[in-house]
Ligand binder design. Structure first.
Ligand code: NDP
Length: 281
């Protein structure tokens, strides 16, 4: 039976570390600050933003939430970002996605100052990640890397397979594993034989958004399995992209859903915000 990679516990440890770092910075007269922009009234986004604000408060990070009407123009969002880019109280800026259709997401994300892009989604930040330059690691894949690290799993020389190639999870995850010297394969919806690719993996990361797509027969004995997926089933249950029961009988380590990668994402946002404040001083 696999060991459980307990994201809830590790995220709590990270938050405690962040809290101590915030105290140290405050003692030097710097209060890390995060601005979150929410456009429209998507209920899931409202919950995410509320959770981020609360998490900031808990560790002593100054946080302000800009709630804008769904009718807000792109120009108004860009103006707000420009103002926040120049605000010395703000070290990190996060735009909650998705944005309403009339706003160009790429343009908005790209307008965030590189040294305040704590979500790490801007093209320049991603470019720096690819070439191994100073950057912010996007929060979810960063959280996955910290889970590996805290379990003492070194990707060096291992065969890693990432299922999913989104810009916010799959691609940066692959780049981070590569930077840690894994041999990386990225799979997607057009991969010819997903099961065969997955069976090669010493480290398997599923970031697809398809409930229980990865089953025990697709996993090598002793593999480390990280499940990024969060899927709500019609009966209300929350499951990952990995079929926990069949996979956990073969894997050496596995993240549960909920309680695996999910709690790490906000913890890493806090960490990036503190890092941004540190870099600003
Ligand atoms: P996207 O929908 O942006 O990307 C999904 C990826 O999966 C795409 O690259 C797609 O391929 C690939 N894919 C789809 N179907 C298959 C298939 N049958 N076989 C192989 N690959 C497939 O999703 P995200 O990356 O944004 O999110 C992935 C999951 O992670 C979701 O469940 C999401 O809720 C969750 N998530 C969790 C977070 C957390 O904090 N734990 C944070 C962010 C996301 P193609 O490119 O060819 O279309």
């Amino acid at each position: 039976m696999a060991n459980i990679l307990d994201g809830k516990k590790i995220a709590a440890e990270v938050r405690e570390e962040v809290k101590r770092e915030v105290e140290e910075l405050k003692a030097r007269g710097i209060t890390p600050g995060l601005a979150v922009i929410l456009v429209g009234d998507d209920p899931a986004s409202q919950v995410y933003v509320r959770n981020k604000h609360r998490a900031c408060e808990e560790v002593g990070i100054y946080s302000e939430v800009h709630r804008l009407a769904a009718s807000t123009t792109q120009e108004e969002v860009l103006q707000l970002i420009d103002q926040l880019n120049h605000d010395p109280r703000i070290h990190g800026i996060l735009v909650q996605l998705p944005l309403p259709d009339h706003i160009d997401e790429k343009k908005v994300i790209d307008s965030i100052a590189l040294d305040k892009d704590v979500d790490g989604f801007s093209p320049s930040n991603v470019g720096n990640l690819v070439i191994g330059d100073k950057c912010f690691y996007p929060c979810t894949p960063h959280g996955c890397m910290v889970l590996l690290e805290r379990a003492g799993i070194d990707p060096k020389g291992k065969k890693a397979v990432v299922v999913g190639r989104s810009n916010i999870v799959g691609k940066p995850m692959a780049m981070m594993l590569l930077a840690r010297h894994a041999t990386v394969t990225i799979c997607h919806s057009r991969t010819a034989d997903l099961a065969a690719e997955c069976r090669q993996a010493d480290i398997l990361v599923a970031a697809v958004g398809k409930p229980e797509l990865i089953t025990g027969d697709m996993v090598k004995e002793g593999a480390v399995v990280i499940d990024v997926g969060i899927n709500r089933l019609p009966d209300g249950r929350l499951v990952g992209d990995v079929h926990f029961e069949s996979v956990s009988s073969k894997a050496s380590w596995i993240t549960p859903v909920p309680g695996g990668v999910g709690p790490m994402t906000i913890a890493m946002l806090l960490k990036n915000t503190v890092e941004a404040a540190r870099r600003a001083c």
